[in-house]
Design a protein around this ligand. Structure first.
Ligand SMILES: [Zn+2]
Length: 331
């Protein structure tokens, strides 16, 4: 134990009740002590923390034999009997050690409404730089919360989101344009970031930022998510068709987007294109996002759609600590 921690522990001795003193003495003498209170009281996360620990077990070893272990920093603590380590519901999540938990529900509300950073800061009574940091910590888990697999008919298509180098000129991959000069690279790769979206007819949505629009990138994104058991529908783009053919996934090419043939009315990519539309419309409020943050924004939109009318602040926090709508379905 660190010196400061030990001093804190010593200082706490005078606040012990006589029953706690007896238990402490027994523990110090090496006697085995069974903790009397195994039930854990609700904490600042409402019931979310308990649900997560119950569903996912020990964050250190995955163990399931877990007991309550008091509380610290307004959070219930737990101890894993397997590895002997203690933890709380935030341990090993992007939310660990984030402060002012009493403001988290307000911040979750701001995220559901996708307000500006300034407005979220006012709502939570924190500095805008804190609100920005919170935004991305709150998105750490949703960014990873994707369906592991899609079922039945899968529509897939790419779209492009304008790349923004806001505040990061050194990251420019192309030379800055000279005034009056023409764009050096008219192709999509330098101006736009390709995003692949695949969506099944149950509404489960997988997306990924593609390094390139080629078969290898699409394969890397969709491997295991779409399999030969699916019916894959796309607009006939070369890379995406090549991916499906090589992976032996039955592929249907849409004759013209929005116009399925009368004899095959289910062969269309209208759902995935509508998703693109909602994503882009929703992203406009951010006035361009830094490319490195794009997966977070995709996860944000994906979580909003996946929660649907269950997008409550409490559920949003559940998602932020690793129990998003898709993570809950994972075995
Ligand atoms: Zn453990």
């Amino acid at each position: 134990m660190e010196r400061g921690e030990f001093q804190g522990w010593l200082d706490g001795i005078e606040r012990l009740s006589s029953a706690q003193r007896r238990r402490a003495l027994a523990a110090l003498s090496g006697e085995r002590v069974e903790r009397p209170e195994r039930r854990v009281r609700a904490d600042g996360l409402g019931g979310s923390g308990h649900s997560k620990v119950e569903a996912q077990g020990c964050p250190h070893c995955g163990g399931r034999d877990i007991v309550g272990w008091g509380r610290a920093n307004a959070l219930a603590r737990y101890r894993c009997k397997g590895c002997g380590r203690t933890f709380n519901a935030l341990t090993k999540t992007p939310m660990a050690r984030l402060r002012k938990k009493e403001q988290w529900l307000d911040h979750a509300k701001a995220m559901i409404e996708a307000t500006s950073v300034a407005k979220a800061a006012r709502l939570c009574r924190v500095h805008p730089s804190t609100a920005f940091r919170w935004r991305h910590r709150f998105l750490g888990s949703p960014a990873l919360d994707k369906p592991w697999t899609l079922t039945g008919i899968v529509e897939a298509d790419e779209t492009f989101i304008l790349e923004s180098f806001k505040g990061k000129r050194s990251a420019l991959r192309r030379p800055a344009r000279k005034r009056g000069g023409k764009a050096g690279h008219p192709g999509a790769f330098f101006e736009n970031i390709p995003i692949l979206v695949a969506r099944d007819r149950q509404g489960a949505t997988f997306d990924a930022v593609l390094p390139n629009v080629d078969r290898a990138s699409i394969h890397a994104a969709l491997e295991g998510v779409v399999t030969p058991g699916n019916q894959f529908i796309c607009d006939g783009g070369r890379a995406i068709v090549a991916f499906a053919r090589k992976a032996k996934i039955p592929v249907h090419v849409v004759p013209a987007p929005g116009k399925p043939l009368p004899e095959a009315p289910h062969i269309h990519i209208n759902n995935v294109n509508a998703y693109h539309g909602r994503l882009k419309e929703w992203m406009r409020r951010f006035h361009g996002v830094a490319t490195k943050n794009l997966p977070n924004y995709l996860g944000w939109r994906r979580a909003l759609e996946a929660w649907g009318d269950q997008a409550t602040p409490k559920n949003w926090i559940l998602g932020a600590i690793g129990m998003g709508p898709y993570q809950q379905l994972t075995p």
